[in-house]
Design a protein around this ligand. Structure first.
Ligand SMILES: [Zn+2]
Length: 162
């Protein structure tokens, strides 16, 4: 699997590494009984270019609520995973957003998703941008939240579909 690259409106780039994509796409809801999955995006902000790289993601935890068309992430277990990764990277990784799956071919954010993303965007984080990934059964889409301008837009990469 190749990485995904998305240009941001301000000229920077977002790159999602193949390992992170693989981890998310493993949870595609291909079967009728498959429930939504999700987690957090973990990555780096490059020195000089300020480009973003998503290196890793957390996977669904036992405490999360997973239904056919509903996912609720309980923060504690994902935070513990992040803390371990943070320590292993000597404090060089950041929380960069959220991902979850949808039981539809090409994913669209629900009203609940938009409300949640707007809430998260206004919390306090180091990064001026956050990202929200939805993994459908055929396409994976990414939205970028520009926190300074309080704006969320869909990012269009070269390759949103497999
Ligand atoms: Zn959703």
């Amino acid at each position: 699997m190749k990485e995904m690259i998305f240009p941001l409106p301000d000229g920077r780039k977002l790159l999602i590494r193949p390992e992170a994509l693989e981890k998310m796409r493993k949870y595609r809801q291909l079967q009728k009984k498959d429930t939504e999955a999700g987690g957090i995006l973990i990555g780096r902000i490059l020195f000089e270019s300020n480009d973003f790289i998503i290196d890793n993601v957390s996977e669904p935890m036992f405490s999360d609520i997973r239904k056919r068309a509903y996912f609720k992430r309980k923060p504690a277990a994902h935070q513990a995973y992040f803390d371990t990764e943070w320590a292993a990277s000597d404090g060089r990784c950041f929380y960069l957003g959220e991902w979850h799956t949808h039981p539809e071919t090409i994913p669209h954010p629900s009203i609940v998703d938009m409300t949640d993303w707007n809430r998260i965007m206004n919390l306090s984080f180091e990064s001026d941008y956050l990202f929200f990934v939805i993994v459908g059964t055929q396409g994976t889409k990414v939205w970028g939240a520009d926190r300074d301008n309080e704006r969320i837009i869909e990012l269009r990469g070269e390759k949103n579909y497999e």
